[in-house]
Design a protein around this ligand. Structure first.
Ligand code: NAP
Length: 261
């Protein structure tokens, strides 16, 4: 079931995300995948504080999306949000999802490919299904979701792919994460390749290779360890980068990490 659009608004005294004076303050249409919890949910909450933003938030969990909506309603003003309950691996439904998005807005300025899947399993014990589950979300889903959204991306638009420090060649690696980390390396190289292919189109593509952020996924990867970054801190960074980073970067894989893991 796909919930209908929900229209929210922000109190007048709400802090504004945008402290760059030259930033365009008109309406921005934003799509964020993996928005039901963790970094993605926090990113939606951060971006919806700006009254000019219209946000499509996708994930599988209805409860997570409902919670997100309620939290945004507490925070917000004129920002509009449409949540879409959707499993990124249901590739056959992509045309339907695009239609659904187009009932909300026709053009997209920012796509944040944030949804991700991690299974912590040793190389020897990793099964075909584990590998498919990870790669179908992290690589195939991200690739074809981007392909679906591309025709509605505005000139000057920004595609931000969320990868991991584990997907950066030469960074420290951890046991149990060979399928996950290699999938994130694919995201990084895909970013470089797509930016090259889109360079005439004035659409920028960048990749943020995140270090540890305290979420369910981090807990799965590193049980009992506390990540240095909180979700609000990382969400604020990603939000700022999504809005302004394409003025300075294209086709770049940017490590965003102060600690290991
Ligand atoms: N946390 C970290 O330390 C860290 C470090 C490096 C990179 N990252 C990356 O940052 C991104 C966000 O991670 P997180 O830590 O916030 O993870 P999280 O808390 O596990 O959240 C993952 C999000 O992805 C969504 N998702 C997973 N499978 C999906 C599917 N098949 N279809 C649609 N949505 C799906 C989940 O929603 P549903 O379950 O509702 O579908 C959830 O909203 C991921 O790409 C992750 O790899 C995280």
């Amino acid at each position: 079931m796909i919930p209908d659009g929900i229209f929210l608004s922000l109190p007048k005294n709400q802090n504004c995300l945008y402290f760059y004076p030259s930033l365009k303050l008109e309406l921005m249409n934003i799509i964020i995948t993996g928005a039901s919890k963790g970094i993605g949910a926090e990113l939606v909450k951060t971006l919806c504080k700006h009254k000019g933003n219209q946000i499509v938030a996708l994930a599988r969990s209805v409860d997570g999306l409902r919670r997100l909506t309620a939290e945004c309603q507490k925070l917000n003003s004129s920002c509009k949000i449409m949540t879409i309950e959707f499993d990124l691996v249901h590739f056959d439904f992509y045309p339907f999802i695009l239609q659904k998005i187009e009932t909300f807005f026709h053009r997209c300025d920012i796509l944040v490919n944030n949804a991700g899947k991690l299974i912590n399993r040793s190389f020897e014990k990793t099964e075909y299904q584990d590998f498919d589950d990870i790669y179908n979300v992290n690589v195939k889903g991200l690739y074809f979701f981007t392909q679906m959204i591309l025709p509605i991306m505005n000139k000057g638009g920004h595609i931000v792919n969320i990868s991991s420090m584990g997907g950066v060649t030469g960074s420290k690696k951890f046991p149990g994460l060979s399928a996950y980390s290699s999938s994130k390396a694919a995201v990084a190289v895909f970013t470089e390749a797509l930016a090259e292919e889109l360079k005439e189109s004035e659409i920028s593509v960048n990749c943020l290779a995140l270090g540890g952020v305290h979420t369910d996924m981090f807990e799965k990867a590193f049980p009992g360890i506390k990540a240095l970054q909180s979700t609000p801190q990382m969400a604020q960074f990603i939000a700022d980068f999504a809005v302004t980073g394409n003025r300075f970067f294209n086709g770049k894989v940017i490590p965003v990490s102060q600690s290991v893991p």
